[in-house]
Design a protein around this ligand. Sequence first.
Ligand code: TRP
Length: 336
Amino acid sequence: MENTQEKKDRVLSMIQPTSVPTLGNYLGALKNWADMSKDNDCLFAVADLHAITVRQEPAKLRKQSLEMYALLLALGLDPEKNIVFVQSQVPQHSQLGWILNCYTQFGEASRMTQFKDKSEKHADNVNVGLFSYPTLMAADILLYQADYVPVGADQKQHLEITRDIAERFNGIYSPTFTVPKPYIGKLGAKVMSLQDPTKKMSKSDANPKASVFVLDKPDDIVKKFKSAVTDSEACVRYAEGKDGINNLMGIYSCCTGKSFEEIEKDFDGKGYGDFKLAVAESILAEVKPVQEKFNEIVSDKAYIEKCAKEGAEKASYLANKTLTKVMKKVGFWQVK
Ligand code: TRP
């Protein structure tokens, strides 16, 4: 007999609204989120508080947050079954973030490699928020007692510090926070730049042909793939030194489920032109339905607002349970 009482794992995923996601974000993370929500109790959120650690233009941030929220719904994340919300609409994130700052050592926060990288990149605005970014992220996770968090390589260190903070707090007081683990799901592809396949595809690449965005026009996606940098061997095979072809094969494999051997067989004797087109088409098959759904949702502002409001209410209800416990343990005077 099916055990309907079994408690599902809780998984939390968040994404910053600083740009339309790239193909790298999509294949590496977003594509798997709908699947993940089938077997887990999931929360999905737009991390707008994190976005202001780098200067943002207000109107643009507002628009991008709404669009990122619509995109989450367009990916098929059902707002009735999951909690889909915007971080700044749930004040407990900032509240717990402050408290956790006081349980995080300056030294350990200083070791975060993303802080070092971002400080160099934005040398004119090395603000305190950029430094305490990981404690806010810890608050995001610990507020909901998440069991698992799917993180890419760049966020692994932040999940580790979250575990350290949780264990420290639990040790000083008594068990308060679930110590979260990295979610190991289906392996996504690591997507490289189409113009310099030795570097990761980035949302901020100066060359517009280097990166494909999930909401790019289908024609533009085809064009970008057609001009992807390859090599002069003219043979579709996975091999060291063939970074461009390796990247295209990884993308194609991720979209079609075909192994590298199958791909090599399918394209035996064919040129790169045919292969590039096939890769572009495999992406379009994934991305077009998401784009159609996105266009439908984004034009219905009342619906998006209703979902966001309900999502924030549900999130806030859960967050408050944790925050109340924390405030009590820390010793804040609470009046009823
Ligand atoms: N820092 C993450 C990123 O830039 C986004 C994020 C914020 C996040 N809070 C989180 C991811 C909590 C997972 C869990 O990708």
